[in-house]
Write a protein that binds this ligand. Structure first.
Ligand code: 13P
Ligand code: ZN
Length: 277
């Protein structure tokens, strides 16, 4: 079948457009990728072409040798993904050496995969290993409120997790592992990918200070939903902080422990510290 007829491609396009509608993707901001299951690769193989040159990824991902990914293009606008998918996104193949890739479909007018390709692929490599192949979606965007939080809170996993959890009761249910925080770094290279993928060993959410958010999950819906929940909690945080009023009540560590019991969650104790007033 044609690539654009495949359901996973349609779902990917919908996810990108939903993110655009949420305001997470000014200009070319943000990028997304999907590790395509073998059967889905076979379903579109007749529409792929294998004569593009191999190009260095900029890092090594031996755990992804031979895998195919659907991925947004560098400099492409999320708002255009739905209007002209063939020019905005690509299918790429990772070489058997785990260091090179080639474009096998898409980016019709030229271009290359997102500049965050090293981070996407290093995150995929970690998630493939630690979830037994279940996690396939990595999503990056620039959500306003979460970015704002990174200017006024210490850039610590414990602090960000605890504040986000307190903002909305469902948060610890949606991301019980917590969130990791990467201090500001130059984007688009291997170094930020190394730091982010280290966090992905433990978390499904990585905050990039003064930049944005990365989420990893099994399905498009779960990945998008997690991103949405994190940003909504951040919006509540920023609204409360903007009032300048003292917080009179919030969810206490005992409340989180009770929630964990009833919802059968494991909430790491490192996030349930006693706050100093
Ligand atoms: P790309 O256009 O290369 O995907 O870059 C956008 C971005 O958000 C970089 O972090
Ligand atoms: Zn970005």
């Amino acid at each position: 079948m044609k690539v654009l007829e495949a359901k996973f491609v349609q779902d990917f396009i919908t996810m990108c457009n939903d993110g655009w509608l949420q305001g997470w993707h000014e200009r070319n901001g943000g990028n997304a990728s999907y590790r395509i299951p073998e059967a889905e690769v076979e379903s579109i193989r007749e529409d792929l072409s294998f004569d593009a040159v191999w190009t260095p990824i900029g890092t090594d991902v031996p755990g992804l040798a031979g895998e195919f990914f659907l991925i947004t293009g560098s400099g492409k606008f999320f708002q255009n993904v739905i209007r002209d998918p063939e020019a905005s996104i690509a299918v790429i193949e990772v070489a058997e050496n785990g260091s090179d890739y080639r474009i096998v479909w898409g980016l019709r007018d030229g271009g290359k995969p997102t500049s965050e390709l090293p981070t996407h692929l290093m995150n995929h490599e970690v998630k493939k290993r630690v979830t037994n192949g279940q996690f396939r979606v990595i999503y990056h965007g620039h959500p306003v409120n979460l970015i704002a939080m990174t200017f006024i809170l210490p850039l610590k996993d414990e602090i960000f997790t605890r504040e986000l959890w307190e903002m909305m009761t469902e948060c610890p249910v949606i991301f019980p592992e917590g969130v990791g925080v990467v201090p500001w770094m130059v984007p688009g290279g291997r170094a930020i990918g190394v730091e982010t993928s280290k966090l992905m060993e433990e978390y499904n959410v990585a905050v990039w200070a003064h930049h944005g958010l990365f989420c990893a999950s099994d399905t498009f819906d779960n990945c998008f939903g997690m991103f949405h929940a994190v940003e909504k909690a951040a919006e509540i945080y920023m609204k409360v902080a903007s009032t300048g009023k003292p917080i009179l009540s919030t969810i206490q560590p005992e409340g989180f422990r009770a929630l964990a019991k009833d919802f059968d969650l494991t909430l790491p104790e490192k996030f349930l510290f006693e706050k100093e007033n």
